[in-house]
Design a protein around this ligand. Structure first.
Ligand code: DOR
Ligand code: ZN
Length: 344
């Protein structure tokens, strides 16, 4: 069996920088026309000037002839100046700002300690129509499985009320409660969903032993959460769209006494979604989720070319080369089976 769909976009992607970026960006560029590139570098991308320089480095690392277009984001901190929002919204390539609650995840130490501290920035974003992308988890001594729920109640719902026109993407939602929240939210609220949260529940982290390559943040949740996410993604509701959150980390930093959070999925970034959609007989809804609704949310034109996917088993390698000193990258489903393949 083969299907073809409009070429998709990835609305949530980590590309890193330098040699690591050069190692991973071809996977995304082979599948997606555009991607929203996350700004959690070390140091973070906090200004438009930095974002544009980063974009140039990404373009320079693309395979010859690639038409892939990176879309950039700014990393909000307690010290972000509202004037920076003006610069960003007038630039051609900065499409959003990312809220990392300080300490929530990888390279989030410079994130926002209390969202009320950036009210002036949010007000400018709201006026400018620049979307706020949220890592939707509270921090501190809160159960790791409750952090998304608490974020909805303590941060997201009040923020949407205080800024009734602010456009917000609730990134990588992981729970049935988040699905219900987004469905009931006012206009201007969308959500991305990752392949791992559609395909796996939290048992995957503990299958026969601890499995660091299934550790990401927000952490995988229960089977009923997974089912709710899959129902939302395949429902044709335009508030839900594709964002892989593909997040490469070198093998040694994942297989470690204190392993990093993040799953690398760009090597099968559309194929894994096809597998999830097929599992509920909803391949007909893949194109909307993967190629239409995100572009509509960001008020960008939909892509015009198409890609083909074939129902054919293949096995990602044990790892891919990643860093200059021989470090490797373990992809999602390494040595196991992915059920769809892109036809080039
Ligand atoms: O698992 C994750 N990895 N979650 C995030 O929010 C960040 C990401 C990363 O940058 O590695
Ligand atoms: Zn992310």
């Amino acid at each position: 069996m083969e299907i073809d769909i409009r070429r998709p976009d990835d609305w949530h992607l980590h590309l890193r920088d330098g040699a690591a970026m050069a190692a991973v960006v071809p996977f995304t560029a082979a599948r997606f026309a555009r991607a929203i590139v996350m700004p959690n570098l070390k140091p973070p991308v906090t200004t438009t000037a930095q974002a544009l320089a980063y974009r140039d480095r990404i373009l320079a690392a693309l395979p010859p002839g690639s038409a892939f277009s990176p879309l950039m984001t700014l990393y909000l901190t307690d010290r972000t100046d509202a004037s920076e929002i003006e610069v960003a919204s007038q630039s051609r390539w900065v499409k959003a700002c990312k809220l990392y609650p300080a300490g929530a995840t990888t390279n989030s130490d410079s994130g926002v300690t209390d969202i009320r501290r950036i009210d002036d920035v949010l007000a400018r974003m709201s006026e400018a129509g620049l979307p706020l992308l949220v890592h939707g988890e509270v921090t501190g001594n809160v159960d790791v499985f409750d952090r998304e729920h608490r974020f909805i109640d303590e941060v997201l719902a009040p923020t949407l009320q205080r800024f009734p026109k602010l456009r917000v993407v609730f990134e990588h939602i992981t729970t049935a409660r988040a699905v219900e929240f987004v469905k009931g939210a006012r206009a201007g609220v969308g959500a991305t969903i990752t392949p791992q949260h559609l395909l796996h529940n939290r048992n995957a982290i503990f299958e026969g032993g601890i499995r660091p390559h299934y550790f990401c943040l927000p952490i995988l949740k229960t089977e009923s959460d997974r089912e709710a996410l899959l129902a939302a993604a395949t429902s044709g509701d335009p508030r839900f769209f594709l964002g892989t959150d593909s997040a490469p980390h070198e093998q040694r930093t994942k297989e470690n006494a204190c392993g990093c959070a993040g799953m690398f999925s760009a090597h099968a970034g559309i194929e894994l979604y096809a597998e999830a959609f097929e599992s509920v007989g909803r391949l007909d809804k893949l194109e909307g989720f993967a190629a239409d609704f995100g572009a509509d949310f960001y008020q960008l034109p939909r892509n015009t070319d198409r890609i083909r996917l074939a129902k054919r088993d293949w096995s990602p390698p044990a790892n891919y080369p990643y860093s200059k000193d021989g470090g490797a990258l373990v992809p999602m489903r390494a040595g196991e089976t992915v059920r769809w393949q892109m036809v080039t």
